[in-house]
Design a protein around this ligand. Structure first.
Ligand code: MRU
Length: 375
């Protein structure tokens, strides 16, 4: 996407030295623009764990590039499949909820072990990682085109009046290489001169909505308003939300959706107010092995200090302040699961479908074949 006239992505290979993976350090946005170098497996794991990079498709792309970094650092030892696998497993464990991470690492690993020399393995890792990154960008573009039709239909119904869309967390290009998942239909609608306005949930504790989504939308010139996480229900009751679009970190093939904590409450409020609740995702975010999202999807629990402290700009420096009493314990559940029954539909690169196993498998018939052959 373009920011201040310059095309940028959240991840790229360094132009002078392509053994270095560069990423935008998203912890510092929107106040500082910092680029981090990832040169070792530990750098990549740290970047994913500490949320230098975050968002399911970007975590996947970073994992894919991580296998390239592993291959480079192993040198001749990259020919030892066991060692390569152990390091890939460590990478896959950096964050548990977004299925894109293990999907991307496995996809690169599978190709790499076909290489018959160390240099061939490094080249394969590089090419496959770049291909995954491009593919995620392309998929998000298609999600934008498919989701745009939903926004256009609402605009027609409202006779050209502004379409109000609510979103949670950041499922924008920062989370996805390009366009975003939840934001892609918004960017496409904006490019088609449709009047849209976005309610941006601030998304405590790390405020990905207030910091990242608001920054992204502002840089593209899209009207938006940051709201507290608890405001959505009130806005829905008063007719101020036409549509909810969120992203996801893992969606079961039956349609249960894991996404940033608080998504479930938005889905409940949307259901109560008869407001369409859509989830935008590329196929890499479907988990084709899990049936019951609430029981099976691993929910990350993060450092309670992320809840206890709030970060922001103070005297031109990023500072943290303590909110609760010093000794009050805090709990930091990073994701929740919205059951399929509360989801109106999915916006994917292949089209829009309902939130049920049958509807999802209509869009991905090759997965039906895989289930059948595994029985
Ligand atoms: O903890 P984060 O910031 O990685 O969580 C991100 C989200 O929950 C996004 O909504 C999700 O990854 C969808 S990404 C397009």
């Amino acid at each position: 996407m373009k920011v201040d006239g310059k095309h940028i992505r959240p991840i790229w290979l360094n132009a002078e030295d392509d053994t270095i993976v560069n990423v935008i350090d998203q912890r510092a946005l929107p106040h500082k623009f910092i680029v981090a170098d990832l040169k070792t497996l530990n750098d990549v794991i740290h970047a994913i764990k500490e949320m230098v990079v975050r968002g399911a498709p970007l975590i996947g792309a970073t994992g894919a590039c991580g296998v390239y970094v592993i291959a480079l650092n192993l040198g001749k030892d990259v020919m030892q499949d066991d060692l390569l696998q152990t390091e890939c497993e460590a990478l896959k464990n950096a964050r548990p909820t977004a299925v894109n991470l293990s999907w991307a690492v496995d996809a690169v690993f599978k190709e790499v072990i076909r290489g018959s020399s160390a240099s061939e393995r490094v080249n394969i890792a590089r090419e496959k990682a770049l291909a995954i990154t491009e593919c995620e960008a392309e998929n998000c573009k298609k999600i934008g085109e498919n989701g745009f039709k939903l926004i256009e239909a609402i605009r027609k119904k409202k006779k050209g009046k502004a379409v109000n869309i609510l979103t949670h967390c950041n499922a924008g290009w920062l989370a996805c290489v390009e366009y975003g998942t939840a934001t892609a239909p918004m960017y496409t609608a904006f490019d088609h001169h449709i009047d849209i306005h976005v309610w941006v949930d601030e998304t405590r504790p790390l405020n990905q909505g207030a910091r990242l989504t608001a920054w992204e939308l502002g840089k593209q010139g899209i009207k938006h308003t940051v709201i507290t996480d608890n405001a959505g229900g009130h806005l829905m009751q008063h007719g101020l939300v036409d549509l909810v679009i969120v992203g996801t970190d893992r969606t079961t093939y039956t349609g249960d959706v894991a996404n940033k904590i608080g998504t479930y409450l938005k889905a409940l409020a949307a259901k109560d107010n008869d407001i369409p609740f859509y989830v935008a995702l590329p196929s890499s975010t479907f988990d084709w092995t899990m049936r019951d999202g609430v029981k099976e999807i691993p929910i990350e629990e993060r450092d309670p200090d992320e809840v206890r402290y709030v970060q922001g700009l103070y005297n031109n420096r990023i500072a943290s302040v303590l909110v609760p009493p010093e000794f009050s314990p805090a709990g930091n559940y990073a994701f929740d699961v919205t059951p399929a029954r509360l989801v109106t539909g999915f916006i994917t690169e292949r089209g829009v479908c309902g939130a049920s196993e049958a509807e999802i498998l209509k869009l991905f018939p090759e997965k039906r074949a895989a289930f059948a052959s595994s029985k």
